[in-house]
Design a protein around this ligand. Structure first.
Ligand code: PLP
Length: 396
């Protein structure tokens, strides 16, 4: 008998993927260059040349049986050491290699982090708008996802709503800054407020409530703003990182979990990840890719195009009368739709070959997401379609 649970999931497939598939299909009809595909968060800039050269060098110089062999259960020691040193240098932390576990992207890192600090039946709290895959990530671990409603004026945290949701069944709080889909980055004030509440709630309920910080967009900040390093605000933090966006390597599936050395049972987290990976199938990320990213830890792809695109789109949306919060980072923007039903809004946009994603699956109905990891030239060309859409459908 097949598993009904996964069969049932077929009717709830990712809306982002569905819209992306529509864009591809429409592209075969009219040419993909004529589809303004703002659906998918796939980087549009290449990885740094240094990464490619490092891979070539490893392939040419390393003994192949070792290079392509299984990495140790806790992943490659030299890589973990390099990651710890990079984080210490950049953020003034004091990680050792014993606090770092390499994982298959942020998805793999989150799969380990959640299982480290929560048992089936417990709750993970997150904040809308949130990355829709959090639902399968959390529910796949037998946990419940509880969502704090959005504070749409700036996409920081609605603390009254958060306070009302915290209880003895809360195992962890999951945040994502800068955020997919809003592009908002949590301020130091927000993170301080969150940490204060987590400390108070941990004392009240008699167990540490962990903070899981999902940071795949950490390197994509605009206007020269520094990112707040979340683990500096709260000891019981597990940082989940990915090189998918910063080095444009989503297909290579590489990232890590970093356990704050001051978190409860810090010495057990990484060894536990090793055990968790036996059951999740996310074990031993590719050795070649672990070694290659270790050489590029303080680098990024040329990410400037995302800020250029953001400025253009933000100005255009404002000109057209949209309500929109200016993103602080990422390659997403999350405006309010021009009618209450963002699904209807995005459906109408398709008539103009605009692929926009409704906010419902992000826990924020009435809004829509644009992923502007596309060529700037296409962004500029899309404005005629956007203007026509808004004028014909909404008389603006
Ligand atoms: N978390 C967020 C907020 C994301 O946007 C994504 C991917 O888009 C992920 C996690 C998963 O990232 P990865 O591809 O590194 O697994």
């Amino acid at each position: 008998m097949i598993a009904q649970r996964y069969k049932d999931m077929l009717s709830g497939k990712s809306v982002i993927r569905q819209i992306s598939e529509w864009s591809t299909a429409r592209g075969t009809e009219i040419g993909y260059e004529n589809v303004f595909d703002y659906s998918l968060g796939n980087p549009s800039v290449p990885c740094p040349e240094h990464f490619t050269k490092t891979c070539i060098d490893l392939l040419q110089t390393k003994e192949p049986v070792t290079l392509h062999g299984y990495s140790p259960t806790l992943t490659i020691p030299a890589v973990r050491k390099a990651v710890a040193e990079s984080l210490n240098r950049r953020f003034g932390m004091d990680y050792g290699m014993e606090h770092i576990f390499m994982a298959t992207g942020a998805a793999g890192a989150l799969a380990h982090a959640m299982r480290c600090v929560a048992v089936p039946g417990q709750d993970i709290i997150t904040f809308a708008p949130f990355f829709p895959e959090y639902k399968p990530y959390v529910e796949g671990a037998g946990l419940n996802l509880k969502v704090v409603p959005p504070r749409t004026k700036d996409f920081q945290i609605d603390f009254d709503a958060f306070d009302a949701m915290l209880d003895e069944n809360t195992a962890a709080v999951l945040i994502n800054t800068p955020n997919n889909p809003s592009g908002a980055a949590y301020s130091a004030e927000t993170l301080t407020g969150l940490a204060d509440r987590l400390r108070a709630a941990s004392a009240k309920y008699g167990h540490r409530i962990f903070l899981i910080s999902d940071e795949p967009y950490r390197e994509i900040m605009f206007g020269g703003q520094p990112i707040q390093y979340v683990a500096k605000f709260y000891d019981d933090t597990l940082t989940c990182y990915s090189f998918s966006k910063s080095l444009s390597l989503p297909g290579e599936r590489i990232g890590y979990v970093a356990a704050n050395p001051r978190c409860e049972d810090a010495e057990y987290i990484v060894p536990m990840c090793g055990q968790i990976s036996r059951g999740t199938g996310h074990n031993c990320p590719a050795s070649l890719i672990q070694l290659a990213v270790a050489e590029c830890l303080d680098e990024t792809s040329d990410l400037g195009v995302y800020e250029t695109n953001m400025e253009l789109i933000y100005a255009e949306l404002k000109k057209l009368g949209f309500t929109v919060v200016k993103p602080s980072g990422t390659f997403y923007i999350f405006p309010k739709a021009l009618e209450e039903d963002a699904n209807a809004f995005c459906k109408k946009a398709m008539k103009y070959d605009l692929a926009l994603v409704p906010g419902d699956s992000f826990g924020c109905p009435g809004y829509f997401r644009m992923a502007y990891c596309i060529d700037t030239e296409k962004v500029r060309r899309s404005f005629a379609a956007l203007e026509k859409f808004v004028a014909e459908e909404y008389g603006k």
